[in-house]
Design a protein around this ligand. Sequence first.
Ligand SMILES: Cc1cc2nc3c(=O)[nH]c(=O)nc-3n(C[C@H](O)[C@H](O)[C@H](O)COP(=O)(O)OP(=O)(O)OC[C@H]3O[C@@H](n4cnc5c(N)ncnc54)[C@H](O)[C@@H]3O)c2cc1C
Length: 418
Amino acid sequence: MTLPSRAEVVVVGAGLAGLSAATRLAAAGRDVHLVDAAGHVGGRLTTTRVDGFTVDRGFQVLNTGYPRVADLDLDALDMGWFWTGAVVQGDSGPHRVVDPRQHLGALLDTVRAPIGGLPRKAALAAFSARAGYLPVSRLLAAPERTAEEALRAAGVGEQALETFLRPFLSGVLLEDRLTTSSRYLDLVWRSLVRGRVGLPAAGMQSVGQQLADRLPAGHVHLGVRVTAVDGRSVRTATGTTTADAVVVATDPDTATGLLPGLGASAPRQVTTHLHVLPASPWPAPLIVLGRPGGHLVNTVVVSDAQPAYSPDRRALVASSTLQPTREADVRAEIARAHGVGPGDLDHLTSVTVTGAQPAATVPLQHRRPVDLGEGLFVCGDHRDTPSIQGAMASGARTARAVLRRLTASTAPVPGNEG
Ligand SMILES: Cc1cc2nc3c(=O)[nH]c(=O)nc-3n(C[C@H](O)[C@H](O)[C@H](O)COP(=O)(O)OP(=O)(O)OC[C@H]3O[C@@H](n4cnc5c(N)ncnc54)[C@H](O)[C@@H]3O)c2cc1C
């Protein structure tokens, strides 16, 4: 169905931000049209099939500690779960560092893990308790510094920082200098303490698809690129649509192109290599961290958490690096992390995502304006935090702002109620 020449609201971009805004507006009874240049919804949550395997465009997970996950039906997504924690590669072999509240059986492993003595582990536990249970307002009011400075000040110690926290957080923040804001670190750590991370049976794209399925038929327009936004008019190759409100919910780069002067943070990138192993070498679904000085940030048997990612019992392995790498340059490192030979790994595909997420450096601007005035709105992870939570929260915030405007513009003029 083609985009009409007139609509109440047009949302440009069917990533989680645009979908969150559009579904809320549709639920409020508004006539919303959602447009995306891609041939599918979900934006940066994209899933393809390669030789029968379910392959997300870059390794990413859904975290139930995100408040906006309340908008999703997790049962319908048929989630498979990772253990909360990671495998640290020490000189004496692999060690599990896990959340003892969830996996008491692995407590001894965690106590013995080479991440510093008991006082350091107690400091890490205290850091986790603070991030997990203090009110968000207190976390956001704390003095801001870099993530590395905050971890050092918390007393976690050099060993935990280098063998566990830096590689673990590099995979989340997509930067290894830990210059990310301590406030964003607190929010990320909070979600890990409060939730679980997992993968939907049909891949990460199904998160977006679930939201899109709530929109009325004929209101989602895929494969339609918006070339210009002029006030409340949206231009595409096939014509112009004028609306009472226009929401630009694209990636940050496109948003700054469509809305000059907007400003967005530098993008973080990640390269993910996918391999197949005859079987998983691990007894539990855990992310394996890269070694200090290596290329790998992490490597993980995704089919251990979500068996539906594999068409059979073979193991699907996703391995990520921050710098673009060639598969041949990391194969030996991946094999070593899993205790297998390089020849056991069957290379499936590799992908580099250059604009994976915007940086969240100091000072954290986690509530950038979404109402640009005159019926023009903007949302996306670059308006809140660089995450699924940030995208969905900004979409929700924007929907509220749009509804305020639409309600105000249809309210009767005082004295004219007639
Ligand atoms: C590899 C990778 C790993 C990640 N890991 C995690 C993780 O583990 N946890 C987490 O919380 N977050 C993670 N993220 C970040 C998270 O995926 C994003 O923050 C979030 O999906 C952004 O959603 P969005 O709606 O703001 O933007 P997008 O998903 O980028 O959506 C924007 C949409 O706009 C469309 N568009 C662009 N230009 C136009 C145009 N001109 N006309 C029409 N449509 C247009 C695009 O096609 C796209 O669908 C990861 C991201 C990547 C790529």
